[in-house]
Ligand binder design. Structure first.
Ligand code: FBP
Length: 551
């Protein structure tokens, strides 16, 4: 039997659409010197060799491509969580390098930054690349979460880069990986190591974006996958009319994924962590708000609904954050905590918390408070990502509704179902948007290498326009940086883009959400379409649509 599905076979033949400018020889248009978004003096001091570099834009050139008589070997690393389109960044990079000079070679370092440090690699050839074109996943070379931020790692990497005669490294990753790409670029430049470093913006979370990077790749496909299944659940919900569905959506910190899915599917409730924090809401406020919507719908005979819950929610609830901070502090000072019985742990925690935090802890469903005292990460911290927020909220809303029933304020029924969508979206075959965008990011990275850039992020912009009009170039990574406190120290990092409560996408939600809560306005986006009219197949996300609505 063929190992490939029919769709996979047809999809392999898809030729991603390149921006018109990258289809032939390019020249570099050099912009003026740049500054970091904040803390300029500190960032300049930390990056003396790469700070202030100009913005680069590519424009069509006449004649042969400059620099194409040079033969270059390039290395590539996939870093962090999977995101649809990673394979297309690599195939775009490969094709871009081969278009410059057939002798150019591409090496993939295996399982993330570890591959560079441990000298695990494979050369990527036509056969390998063809196998992975337009497919989801990162399995072509694997990925890993090791942070590439130590001189020892840079030096070990230098050995293999020298051995393979590699003169440029492309790091495909999120904000942390790109921050480290900038640190590596600076280190190699300062130590006269002839290796350029280029970053590519990846993460389904959508929080690596700014004035220069319109979106990170993978967000489009992952949210389309989640929106499809949320739509299916909404239809089920509207058919049986007997369940409230609590759906948690991935996104470690920011709520971009939840907002995008909300805009695509119009659920009854769409919680946004950043708003919860801005309004200084407690868990109880949130529970009361949801319970009120349930009660109001019940008055009109609608004992069903859907609630979208962002993965990072509890970190944004100030009282909960305080509880977790206190617990981390307390547990760090109690070396034998793990040896206590479950009930003893609970008692210990309650008696050592401040009054406010003890109250928050005691109000949690028993399963959640237990979880908080059981599972800790490698640093001994409470593992927030393991908290089943969707179940916690449903349980607390159920309790609240019982109280409201006793008070005569709720006459309906409440039965909950829970879901978590995350991993099922990260390796989906990229949408046409991500297939094209990623291929362009990779192809563009080859041009950045060709023009000698280092410490730059590959940038393709104007993304709500047809791909032929996309603008290609590069921005110095230092431009996106500021100083933040990490592990007790001030560090230069790329500013993470939390959801902007003044932004048009959030305002669009606010304008519609009361109606969505009251009525049943579900929309059913259906599965990603790869073949068919452009308005079905090539649509960018709703978030990008609203962000660029006046462009
Ligand atoms: P990146 O930021 O590395 O792209 O990963 C994001 C993410 O998918 C989050 O949405 C999620 O919280 C996390 O990774 C899960 O990590 P892991 O794959 O290690 O379980």
């Amino acid at each position: 039997m063929d190992k490939k599905s029919v769709l996979q076979q047809l999809r392999a033949a898809y030729q991603p659409k390149l921006p018109a400018v990258l289809r032939g020889p390019v020249k570099v248009v050099v912009g003026s010197a740049t500054d970091s978004v904040a803390d300029q003096a500190d960032i300049k001091r930390i990056f003396p060799c790469t700070y202030g570099q100009p913005q680069l834009t590519f424009a069509p050139a006449d004649g042969a491509q400059e620099g194409s008589n040079r033969v270059i070997n390039v290395g590539v690393i996939l870093s962090g969580g999977q995101a649809p389109g990673g394979h297309n960044v690599i195939s775009g990079l490969y094709d871009g390098l081969k278009a410059l000079n057939k002798e150019n070679r591409l090496y993939g370092f295996l399982m993330g930054p570890d591959g560079l440090v441990n000298h695990d690699y494979k050369e990527l050839t036509d056969d390998i690349i063809d196998e992975y074109r337009n497919t989801g996943g990162f399995d072509i070379i694997g990925s890993g979460r090791t942070k590439l931020d130590k001189v020892e790692q840079f030096e070990k990497g230098r050995i293999i880069l020298e051995q393979l005669n590699i003169s440029a490294l492309v790091i495909i990753g999120g904000d942390d990986s790109n921050t480290n790409a900038a640190i590596l670029a600076e280190y190699y430049k300062a130590h006269n190591v002839p290796v350029q470093v280029i970053g590519c913006p990846k993460t389904i979370d959508g929080d690596l974006k700014n004035e220069f990077i319109e979106t990170s790749f993978g967000f489009d496909t992952a949210t389309k996958v989640y929106a499809e299944v949320i739509g299916n659940i909404e239809r089920d919900c509207n058919s049986a009319k007997k369940y409230w569905h609590f759906i948690k959506l991935m996104g470690r910190s920011a709520s971009h994924i939840t907002l995008e899915c909300g805009l695509q599917t119009q659920p009854n409730i769409c919680i946004i962590s950043e708003e919860v924090e801005a309004k200084n809401m407690t868990l109880n406020d949130l529970v009361n708000q949801i319970a009120q919507v349930v009660a109001d719908r019940a008055k009109h005979g609608m004992n069903y609904g859907t609630v979208l819950v962002p993965e990072g929610l509890i970190e944004f609830i100030p009282a909960f954050r305080k509880l977790i901070d206190e617990m981390n502090e307390m547990l760090a000072n109690h070396t034998t905590f793990g040896q206590l019985y479950a009930d003893e742990r609970r008692e210990y925690v309650i008696s050592h918390l401040s009054n406010d935090s003890a109250l928050v802890f005691m109000r949690l469903p028993l399963s959640v408070s237990r979880q908080l005292t059981l599972d800790r990460d490698a640093h001994g911290n409470v593992q927030l990502s393991l908290v089943e927020t969707e179940k916690m909220l449903a349980e607390m809303v159920g309790r609240r509704l019982k109280e409201m029933k006793m008070e005569g304020r709720f006459q309906g029924k409440f039965a909950a179902q829970h879901h978590f969508f995350g991993y099922e979206g990260r390796c989906a075959a990229p949408s046409n948007f991500d297939a094209d965008y990623c291929y362009a990011l990779g192809y563009n990275a080859a041009q950045l290498i060709n023009c000698g850039a280092t410490g730059y992020m590959s940038s393709v912009r104007n993304l709500t326009k047809p791909s032929s009009e996309w603008v290609a170039g590069g921005f110095p990574i230092t431009m996106m940086m500021n100083m933040e406190r990490r592990s007790g120290k001030e560090k230069p990092v790329i500013k993470k883009a939390l959801l902007d409560l003044e932004g048009k996408p959030f305002k669009a939600l606010v304008a519609m959400r009361d109606e969505w809560a009251r009525e049943t306005c579900y929309t059913y986006p259906g599965p990603i379409q790869y073949f068919g009219p452009a308005e079905v197949c090539d649509q960018p996300s709703r978030t990008m649509y609203y962000e660029h609505i006046d462009d």
